[in-house]
Design a protein around this ligand. Sequence first.
Ligand code: BGC
Ligand code: ZN
Length: 367
Amino acid sequence: MKAVAVVPEEHSVRVVDHPEPKLEQPEDVLLRILDVGVCGTDREIARFEYGTPPPGSDYLVIGHESLAEVVETGPNVTRVKPGDLVVTMVRRPCARLDCPACRSGHPDFCVTGEFTERGINGLQGFMTEQVVDDQRYMHVVPAHLNSVGVLVEPLTIAEKALLEVVDVQDRLPWLSEDAIHSGTALVLGAGPVGLLGTLALLVRGFDTWVYSLEPADSAKGKWVQSVGGHYLSAKDASIAELGAKTRNIDLVYEATGVSHVAFQAMEVLGVNGIFIFTGVPSRKAPIEVDADLLMRNLVLQNQLVYGTVNAGSRAFENAIQDLAKFYETWPDAVTSLITGRYAPEEAESLLLGKSEGIKQVVTLRGE
Ligand code: BGC
Ligand code: ZN
C-alpha cells in the first residue's frame, strides 16, 4: 500500500510501499484515509529538522491532520461504525506510571516528554491508504462535513486554547459563562491556525482583528472581512498603530511563530488581557524586547501569557461542533480555506516547495 514518508537514511521524502495494517485488538478500527492536511510541522519533518520514525523502522509515514472513513471494526468497538467519517487524535500517552497527565487521559499535558505522536514522533502517520487505531482516539465527524473535515485537527489548536480561556476567566466572575467574553481579540497571522482561530473567536462574540503580512486587498484580507473580522496588513500599519485603533485588547491569539511580532503585540495587550502562543519558531539569534514595559504591564494589568500545544478529547469534540457551526454560517469561506488537493506522488514538492495558499491537502480518495 502507498504511503508518503521521510526516509532519513536517503534524506528523501517519497512514496514508499507500506504494509497494510490489520485489526489486532478488540478495540481496533480499520480506516480508509480520505484527506490529510499539510502543516508547518510536516514541512519541518520533510527538511529533517523534526520528527522520528517508530523504533525499528527506516522511515516515518508523515501526516497528522486526517479525515478517514471507518471500514471495519473489532468486536468491542462501540464508538464508531463502518461508514462513519472520523478524525483521529495525534498524541499517545507515555508509558510512565508517574505521569499524572497521561495516566488520567491527558497526554496533551504529558509531563515526561515521552509521549508519541502519529506522523511526528515515534508512530507512523496518516498519509497512507489505510490505518488501524484504537477507537478511543477517534471522533465522529458528521457526514455533511466530508469536504472540510480535514480542518478539524488544525482547529483543535484554537479549541484547546479557548477551553483554557474559559478556565482562567473564572477569575473575572462578572463575565457571562457561555459567551466567554464579548471583548476584543487580536489574531496574529493569517495561516490556517490563525484563520480557524478567527472563526472560533467570531462565533464566541469577539470583535476580532487579524494582523498579517498580506496586503488588505489580498485573498486573505478579503476572507477575513467576508466573515465579519477586521483585517489590518503589516504593510499599512504597525502593531502599535493597531493597538491605538482598537478598544482594550482582551485576547491575543498568536499564530505566526515569529517572536518579534509576538512580543510587539504583547505591548498592546489590554487590562486583564490574555496572550496565547501557538506558533513554534525555529531557534534564531536573540531579539530585543522592552522587558520592563512588558513586566510592568503584566503586573499592573493582571495579564496572563500561556502557550498551548496539541489537543485532547474535549478540544476535538468542540472542534467538530464548531466546524459544523462555521460551515453553516460561512460555507464558502470555510471551503475556500482548502486551497489545493494533491496526489501522494505530489507530496514531496508540496512539502519542500514554497508554502502557498492556506491549507493544502493530500487526498487519498482516488478517482
Ligand atoms: C500538531 C500537534 C503536535 C505538534 C508538536 C503540531 O503540528 O498539530 O498535534 O503536538 O505539532 O509535534
Ligand atoms: Zn506522559
